[in-house]
Design a protein around this ligand. Sequence first.
Ligand code: AOF
Ligand code: ZN
Length: 363
Amino acid sequence: MNDEFFMKIALGLAEEAMGFTNPNPLVGAVIVKDGRIIGKGYHEKYGENHAEINALNYAVENVEDATMYVTLEPCSHFGKTPPCVDRIIKSGIKRVIIAMEDPNPIVSGNGIRILRENGLEVKVGVLKEEAERLNEIYIKYIVTKIPFTIMKAGMSLDGKIATYTGDSRWVTGEKARKYGHLLRQKVSAILVGVNTVIMDDPMLNTRLDNMQCVDPIRIILDSSGRIPITSKVLNINPSSTIVVVTKFTLEDKVKAIREKGAEVLVSSAKNGRVDLQFLMEELGKREIDSLLIEGGGEVSFSFFKEDLVDKVVFFIAPKIIGGRDAKTPVEGEGIAHIKDVVDLKDMEITKLGKDIMIEGYVR
Ligand code: AOF
Ligand code: ZN
C-alpha cells in the first residue's frame, strides 16, 4: 500500500539519528505530492528542529495540498521549538499520515485533534508496530522517567560467556560484536559491575566504522569501592564515568575516584549492595533514558530480580565451552521455581555471520 511505502521511508530517515536525539524520540517525515516525494526530514539532534519542520524547510516544491507522512504525532506544545502543528497548518498541507500517537502526556492526542479541528485529514496507525519498536526507549522513558533497560550477552551454545579460566576474547564473531556497538550507540548509558572492570578492564565506548559515534555514559556498580584507580574507565574520558558506591566505600577511595575526574554517586544500599530502584530513579532524573547492561551475571540477575529489565539481546556462538565453573550470562542465586522465572515475549531471531542473535521483551 502507498501509505506504508512512504511511512517506511520516514521510518528509515528517523533511524538515521540513532543515538543523537536521546531522551527525545527518533522521528522522520516525508512530504508527498502527486505520488512524488517533494520533502524529507528527520529530527537530527536533541534540541534541534523537529522532523516535520525539517521536511517543510527542505521541501523542493510548494507543499500546498500535499500529504505529510510522519512517524510520530506532530507536537502541539511550545518546547525548545514552537508547535509543529501550527507550522503544518500554515503550510497548506492537506493530509497527515501518522504512524503512532505521541505518548508524551503534554501532546498525547492533542496534535491529532488540533490538525483535525483545522480541517486536515488525519490517519493514525500506519506501520504503528515498527514505529513503536523504533521508539521503544522514548515510549517507556517519557511516561515513567525510568531508563529503558536492555540486557545484552554473548555466549556459547552451551550458555557460557567465558571459559573456566575467564578467557572471553572472543566468544562471538565480528558481526555480533559490531551489533553490540550499535546497541551502545542506541542507548544513553552502559552499566557493568566492578568485577567486569577488574577482570576485563573494558573501555565501554562505541566503535563503529563509517559512522559518527556517540559514547554512552559509563556506569560502574561498585558498592564497596573496589575499582582499580588505573582502570581505563577512570583514565580515558573519565568525565563520562559514574561510579556508583554505597556508604560501605571508604571516604579516601571516593576522593581518589573523584580526583580522576569521574563522578561518584553514593547510593542507598539494599542488602549491602546498590539499591537499584534508587539508582534507576536517579539516572532518570539525569535524563538517561536508556541503559545497556553488559555484565556480569550477578549484576544481570539483580536487575531481573528487581524487575528492571525491558529487553534482552543474546548473541549465541556456534561453540561449546563447558566447565561447571565457567560463567553464564545470568547468575546470582537464581529462581527456585519455573512458575516464577522471567518470561519473555515477541522473540526474534537474526543470523549475524556464524552467530545467532535472539531478542525479546520481558512480559
Ligand atoms: C522531537 N523531535 O521530531 C518530534 C518531537 O524538547 P522539545 O521541545 O524538542 O520537544 C520534545 C517533544 O516533542 C517530544 O517529547 C515529543 O512529544 C514531541 N515531538 N520531538 O524531539 C521530533 N516530532
Ligand atoms: Zn514538533
